[in-house]
Structures are given as structure tokens and as C-alpha cells.
Design a protein around this ligand. Sequence first.
Ligand code: ADP
Ligand code: MG
Length: 394
Amino acid sequence: IEQAVAEDIVRFEDSFVGINKRYRLINRIGEGTFSTVYKAEDLEYNSFENEWDIDDRESKKWSSPARRRRPSKRPHYVAIKKIYVTSSPMRIFNELELLHDLKFSDSVCPLITAFRHLDQVVAVLPYFQHRDFREYYQDMTIADMRLYFRSLFTALRSVHAKKILHRDVKPTNFLYNPQQARGVLVDFGLAEREETDWHQCACTLPPEERRYKISHSVWAQTLQSGNQPSSYPKSDVRSSRRANRAGTRGFRPPEVLIKCTQQNTSIDIWSAGVILLTLLSRRFPFFHSADDIDALLELTSIFGKKKMRDIALLHGQVFETNIPSYSDGGHSLEKIILWCTGRTSSDKTQKKIELGDDEKEAVQFLYRLLECDSAKRITAEEALRHPFITKAFE
Ligand code: ADP
Ligand code: MG
């Protein structure tokens, strides 16, 4: 391993007194905004005691002496997540508590234990063998994608069933093993419980009840009455809206960008949609926005001005842009995928270029994920019943 990594490991071992009695640190495997993750060997792991837990959950027959196996000498690897000391205790507690709640969920990387030494907290998780997304996103077939999303939506279904939203679904937080067609969701650092807020935003109401709610916003009301608001008010006395925006640039759905205060598990579905768009278009990262306004414009270039105006209105906001290149209707996702993969017809041959049948099926599924109106977006449970996913079982 690199000199710098080796030095970092030594520093960590020195600062966290006693950690190397139990774990042998092997390498640094992740470095993010909130933590550093190390691969380590658990020196005290009793492979005999825990064997069925990891290797063969279904055959718990080891209790009968005749079937007992010898403890294997195989080393047991863990991922040690060192949470930066700058994280607030509440934040750290939140992550550990949610992981604890999810410990029996399939496809969520379970928390083994956690330690604190002074101000330093580490979480210990089983090491999950996976491949870096960048190594395979360009050559995944549609059949591979079905398997990937079957696994991802299985994980999301179990998280959402507990009324928890992950908030940061993206390739580096879903560790996927293509050989096993299995992945685990990690990083609950931004996750939260879904709240029931009685000051409902119109977006969460059934369409027939939305009008009343929308009419509360003065600006939105002016727009609905058919009058154009004259201009942006010079001295706007309204307080600026605040909403949770946590997540990763490029994976945020319109309602987060537009600062809806009623965010729910459907935001994870949008992020999963961005992953599918990445795979189908072979572009990673697909979105490159510098900030939320930029991100909103990127979405406008695809989905068109009309949709963005409608969505803004739904959240009591007004969306306007004078950028001339944006059309009202936007572009179809089929067209974008064809463009991104260089399949555009040259001027001479007027032959219409189309996506393959299985790609078309993937795009239909994609439309259900990248649905701008969060109330209409497919749920993880429904996604697992969609033909795009059920075909993965065939
Ligand atoms: P952060 O909050 O810093 O993003 P994560 O929990 O996402 O921390 O972990 C960062 C990286 O560490 C992951 O993208 C992954 O590469 C690696 N990692 C995390 N947990 C595990 C694990 N259980 N097994 C293997 N690698 C892991
Ligand atoms: Mg992460």
C-alpha cells in the first residue's frame, strides 16, 4: 500500500488507543466528506460461533454435534468507518441508530458494533466484497441492469418499509458485486425518518385537493389566475424557505431542489433513476451541476420548461427562465440515450434510429423513476413488480 495510506493508518492506530488489539488494519478503502473507511481483519472473530450467521443462514444445523464443522482459519474482514470528529454527536448517533434499526434488513450492510475513544467514533461493518462502479458501468448489459436494480430496490424496499429515507443513494453508497448479482446499501450518514408533517405541501395531496393548497401561495395564485406576475418583487419581505437539501449533487430530485419541506422516501427512487440513466447513457457522472439552480436547469434541459413550471407550482414556487435554448416540452429520454451513446442518424440516411426492445423496456421503467411529480413516482415495492425487474427472475 501507498506510503501516505500506511502513515494514515499508523496515525489512526495511535489516536484510537487499543484498536489494533482487536483489528489489524489492512488498507484504506474509502475517503469521503464525513468519514474514512478502512479494511481490517477482525482478530478476535470466533468463526465457529458465528459461522452460520455469515455463511449459511439457512442451515443452522451446526448445533447438532455430528454436523459441527471445525472453526475455519479463514480471516474475517470488516470495514471500519472512522467518522470525522467534526460531525455532530447527534449526526453520529442518528447514523448508528438507523443502522441498528435496519440490522435485519436484507441488502443493508449491518452494523456489527461501534466504539468511541474520546471524541472519535468508529462503526464496524462486515466487509462486503464489491467492484467499483467505474469499472463496470460502461459495459453493463440490460440483463445486468435488471439484476442490479432488483438488488437495489430490494434494499430500498426494506429501508422504506421502516419509514426511513436514505437521502444519498448513488453508486458509491450501493456496494455491488456483479458476480453474485447482489449489493448492499451503505452510508446512512444522511438518512432520516420520514416525518408526518401536518402542514402538508400540495405535492403530497391527491390531485383534486391540490388546487386549494396551491392557492395559498400568492405568487402561484397570480399565475393560476392567468395573470403574469409583473416582475420579481423589489423588496420581498417573505422569509426564505428552508428545507433539507442533504444529498449528493446530481442525484437530487426536483422537489429537493425546489425546497419542498415534505420530502419522503420517493427521493431515493429518483436517485436510483439517475443511476439507471447513467447506465443507459454510459455517462458518469451524468449531471455536473455546480449548485441547486444549475441542477434545476440541467433537469429543465431534459424535461422542458412546462414540467418544471408545473412542479414548482405544486410546491408553491414559481419557476421562470429566459434561457432561449430550453424548449417547453424538453426531450424524450430515448432521444437523450441515443445521443449519449452516439446513435444519431447522419443527414444523408434518413433511417430512423431506435433503441433496442430491451432498452425500450428499461426506458419505460426509467420514466417511472424519474417522474418529476414525487407523488406519482413509483415506490420500491411497485418497482419490484415492474416487468423490467421481474424479468430478472426469468
Ligand atoms: P462516507 O460517509 O464517507 O461516504 P461510506 O459509508 O459511504 O462513507 O463509505 C465510504 C466508502 O467505503 C464506500 O463507498 C465503500 O467504497 C467503502 N465501504 C464502506 N462500507 C464498506 C463495507 N461494509 N465493505 C466494503 N467497503 C465499504
Ligand atoms: Mg458514502
